[in-house]
Design a protein around this ligand. Structure first.
Ligand SMILES: [Zn+2]
Length: 136
């Protein structure tokens, strides 16, 4: 049995992070479909979405176009990486909120940190050198 499975899966793409995301999202869709079963249209919409996600996930697992699937996963990881970075930054800001005030450079949109309690200050962007005023 195990040999048959190994033989069947050889040359195929297999599991990756995008597969896990698709599977998890389809589970969420199934749960939403169950919760919203009083609303027939929404409920069936979520169950079709779950089915579509599962089919997509299985298609990717079985695919023999390994390079294409690999690039899809890489693209997914890049996107999720910037979203994670955004949340990490906000978490960091939240923890430092008592000691620092945060500004965004109006020119290059860089996040800048200034110690609190200094009053009105001139802020120089460390990335582009732009100067602007801020109150801490
Ligand atoms: Zn700047």
């Amino acid at each position: 049995m195990k040999d048959k499975l190994l033989k069947f899966m050889s040359g195929r793409y297999g599991l990756d992070q995008l597969y896990r995301f698709l599977l998890l999202t389809s589970v969420v869709c199934i749960l939403l479909s169950a919760i919203l079963r009083e609303y027939a249209l929404l409920s069936s919409l979520f169950s079709y979405a779950a089915l579509a996600l599962l089919i997509w996930a299985m298609y990717r697992v079985m695919s023999r176009k390994v390079e294409k699937r690999y690039l899809e996963n890489l693209h997914y990881l890049e996107r999720i990486g910037s979203i994670r970075q955004h949340f990490r930054m906000n978490k960091e800001k939240f923890h430092q909120r008592k000691d620092y005030k945060f500004f965004v450079c109006p020119t290059c949109k860089t996040n800048l940190r200034v110690p609190k309690g200094k009053g009105k200050v001139n802020i120089t962007c460390s990335k582009c050198g732009n100067r602007f005023q801020g109150k801490t």
